[in-house]
Design a binder for this molecule. Sequence first.
Ligand code: NDP
Ligand code: CA
Length: 311
Amino acid sequence: KRPPRPNREFIRTRTNAAHDPQIRVMQWNILAQALGEGKDSFVRCPMEALVWSERKYLILEEILTYRPDIVCLQEVDHYYDTFQPVMSSLGYQSSFCPKPCSPCLDVCGNNGPDGCALFFSRERFRLLHVNHLRLSAMALKTNQVAVVATLQCQVTGRVFCVAVTHLKARSGWETFRGAQGANLLQQLKAILSAQQDEDVPLFVCGDFNAEPGEEVYRRFMNSPLGLDSAYRTLSAAEPSYTTWKIRPSGESCTTLDYVWFSRHGFSVDGVLSMPSEEQIGPDRLPSYHYPSDHLSLVCDFSFIQEPHRLM
Ligand code: NDP
Ligand code: CA
């Protein structure tokens, strides 16, 4: 029998006084099936807890528990056979960009490359445009990608962009991540400039593989796009961890995942708290009750009213 799933509470700053409907955004590195089984060596997670035919339901259960309007996933290696059809039947339209040289392809019996996938509620938003980006670093193409969608709210007509990315992993690659982040910001700026409205606000969700002290974090925080990190805004600091796992090299409990938003476009109404150490359990993640080594981030936003538009 499976242990209970962690019970996580929403931390709220404000009740949504405005009439605008909120936008709930989820950021989650779901752990590629091929990497979990073939590469990660999570020494305290039994292989039986990673069996895809069961694990996929835990991933879907996590998404359905919070019912986000926008779902940003990394390490998706079951898009065409699982997430695209299942999420479509749940009312989500989506776009998937595989990594050009996914490490999943090294794993025997793999299900194809992993990549970034973006899902949004068809009922709430209309897709105006989608871009698949390959990130560069120091003018060279890298193995990291991003999906960027321009969406329009069906009710209010508001337009915004949402991006999902997964930066290069591992220590020793801090400068490389900094360059990838700079390139992503540059490509996003170009996409925004191509819109009729220069002030189109933005969400950027990702596994940045970088702690808040890293260069790429500072680049995002200080970028001319005016971005801020949702969890930091709400609780003054980033969470203590967004991933917690035990590999042969030891235990790793770090903050690597973020939801960035345009300060001029959105306010943060609430964020989903991280489960406690006790809820995560002594064997950490993934486990029988949580399907990934990364925790989901869930944030509620509302559009900032623009007085000049109301006149
Ligand atoms: P990254 O370094 O970005 O890591 C790829 C994945 O490995 C990430 O999803 C990451 O997860 C995970 N990871 C991080 N640390 C570890 C660890 N200690 N043990 C196991 N997995 C870990 O890889 P790149 O995208 O830059 O690709 C490089 C890899 O791709 C090479 O290692 C090589 O195996 C493979 N490759 C495959 C080719 C092919 O055609 N098949 C060609 C060239 C390379 P997270 O982000 O959650 O930390
Ligand atoms: Ca991983």
